[in-house]
Design a protein around this ligand. Structure first.
Ligand code: SAM
Length: 564
């Protein structure tokens, strides 16, 4: 027990309930520790098996004789299943069940009837499954024991201590295989009839702790299993998510990625970066190190460089640059999210709190009220359209159509993608006048002249005639009521066979994801996120039949609906 003490002493100061009335188990455990505070329940049950049979407690002397004579001259197995239940009481009782079993082989000598009856008449077999107790007179029946002797007595102390060691050892020393999770049902119990026997069978009436509806199955010490560690690291990722976002936003705002790209070798030391971005050495070094940890930068010795991911998405002038959207997130979405609690309490957008100005019309009041804010918003839309536009444009075969109108097309990025993907298609980009007047800023150098620009308000003005109406990231901004106004205008402009292509983040039908859609919804004003079938229904009510839904696995999905 001296060797066990460092492990078993982990129980010191805890109230341990031995969920068994077995005096032998109690003795084994109390011999090795003192028990104080209420947080562990230990259950155990022992069975004897021979010839594929489980031997229970004998019901009378004849039964004991039948059992012992069956064991005579043969090897049998003694199994003890143990459950360690770590209890934790918060609002509800949480608990973690760690269970395992131990098998010991026992061989009985050839036993004469006289010897058996002498033993049976001693009274010892009657409260013991298998009909014997190895630690007392029954020991004389045994030729050999292979395995843990105490397991036959009723408690596999050696393995129990190993499990305790794993439970209470520092994270890192535990492997998934070391904690078997399967044996939970046949665990021992607080026996109501007094003596709970070693070598007994499990009680079918014993509570199945895994299926108690009222208790939440959560692991108190879950961080000490592989699965628990995964959950913990997911928790930490969630808790730190805002820090990671802010590191990305700050490094972008300070042009760290552009600065590194512009250096002769594509690499710079922290002090050079600090000088270039006009920031402190200490702060820059911390920022660069954090960027390395997030995979945004790489470091060789003292030299920092962009990673492939940063080169792809984070250089200001890259074809797939997300800088516009990052800036929008930092300057607009971030302040809104700092008021999330109020937004949740009130069920309203927090634009006024965040920016000191109400926004009845999101676009006119919030995005387009100031030139630089409008430009920033347009850059954000542009960067997402550049990244996702090709997948949306190629989602469906549009070869039979000649004209398309991209309603609320913003910078035209999506319209150009459609023109590129469909050589027979001319695309009219339609947006508010204040947007159209700035769309020239975003005109690609190889701009296709099949793309034209028309200014107007899609709720009020006549819509350009087209075979295909594209609504990319439009409908989510509006209530069902406004969506109906817009769709009825489109339906009026459509001839039979014309179609509407809606591109949005489609929520899963059970609204359990994707999280980027559900997170975005938190800062919405009057709009809402919808599933593909919700969009389909909205369109159906205006005479459009859903032809196809495409999950692009890019940022935006798409649905194509044809006018009947
Ligand atoms: C979220 S952005 C989507 C931009 C673009 N479709 C895309 O996917 O990148 C919404 C667009 O709808 C435009 N919009 C908002 N209200 C409008 C209206 N009443 N009439 C025309 N366009 C409008 C905005 O100017 C903006 O460009």
């Amino acid at each position: 027990m001296v060797l066990m003490n460092p492990v078993i002493s982990k129980l010191t100061g805890k109230l341990v309930v031995l969920a068994s009335a077995s005096p032998r188990r109690l003795e084994i455990l109390t011999n090795v520790k003192h028990l104080k505070t209420p947080d562990i329940v230990i259950g155990a049950d022992t069975v004897v098996t021979v010839d594929g049979l489980i031997l229970e407690k004998p019901v009378d002397k004849q039964d004991a004789y039948r059992m012992l004579s069956r064991l005579s001259g043969k090897e049998h197995s003694v199994f003890t299943g143990v459950a360690i239940i770590l209890c934790h009481e918060k609002e509800e009782i949480d608990y973690q069940v760690i269970d395992f079993y131990e098998e010991t082989k026992v061989k009985f000598a050839d036993l004469s009837d006289d010897l058996l009856w002498e033993y049976i008449n001693s009274g010892e077999p009657m409260d013991k499954a298998g009909g014997y107790g190895i630690q007392a007179l029954g020991g004389m029946l045994v030729e050999y024991v292979h395995g843990d002797f105490l397991n036959v007595v009723g408690f596999p102390l050696n393995q129990f201590c190993k499990k305790l060691g794993l439970i209470f050892s520092p994270p890192g020393s535990l492997t998934h295989n070391s904690v078997p999770w399967t044996l939970v049902n046949n665990l021992s119990k607080c026996s109501e009839n007094g003596e709970d026997e070693p070598q007994g069978t499990s009680d079918p009436a014993a509570p199945d702790l895994t299926s108690r509806g009222t208790m939440q199955m959560q692991n108190v010490r879950e961080n000490e299993t592989e699965d628990g560690k995964e959950k913990l690291s997911k928790m930490i990722e969630l808790m730190d998510g805002f820090k990671a976002s802010k590191v990305l936003f700050t490094a972008s705002k300070l042009h760290v990625f552009d600065v590194l790209r512009s250096s002769k070798t594509g690499e710079l030391q922290a002090e050079d970066v600090a000088q270039e971005i006009k920031a402190s050495m200490k702060g820059t070094e911390r920022l660069l190190e954090a960027c390395v940890s997030l995979g945004l930068l790489q470091r060789t010795g003292k030299e920092y460089a962009n990673t492939a991911m940063s080169r792809h998405f984070l250089l200001s002038d890259g074809p797939l640059s997300l800088q516009g959207y990052i800036q929008h997130c930092n300057e607009l979405v971030w302040p809104l999210f700092t008021h999330l609690e109020t937004a949740v309490r009130e069920g309203t957008n927090q634009h006024e709190k965040a920016f000191g100005k109400s926004s009845d019309n999101l676009f006119q009041d919030a995005y387009y009220s100031r030139h630089e804010v409008k430009l920033r918003f347009m850059k954000a839309m542009h960067s997402i359209a550049k990244v996702s536009g090709r997948d949306v444009a190629t989602a469906f075969d549009l070869s039979k159509y000649k004209t398309a109108c991209d309603l609320g097309g913003c910078t035209g990025a999506m319209a150009y993608e459609f023109a590129k993907a469909h050589p027979g298609l001319s695309v009219t980009m339609f947006d508010l006048p204040e947007v159209i007047e700035m769309s020239g800023h975003f005109r690609p150098h190889d701009a296709d002249d099949r793309v034209s620009f028309v200014a107007g308000d899609f709720f009020k003005d006549e819509l350009p005639k087209a075979d295909v109406y594209i609504l990319a990231r439009i409908l989510h901004d509006w209530s069902d009521e406004k969506v109906h106004i817009l769709l009825s205008k489109i339906a009026k402009a459509c001839n039979p066979g014309c179609c509407v292509l809606v591109s949005e983040i489609f929520l899963d039908e059970d609204r359990k994801g994707p999280s980027r859609g559900l997170l975005q919804a938190l800062s919405m004003t009057e709009g809402r996120q919808r599933s593909a079938s919700e969009y389909s229904l909205l369109l159906k009510s205006h005479g459009f039949t859903t032809a196809q839904v495409k999950h692009t696995h890019n940022l935006l999905d798409a649905i194509l609906c044809v006018a009947e």
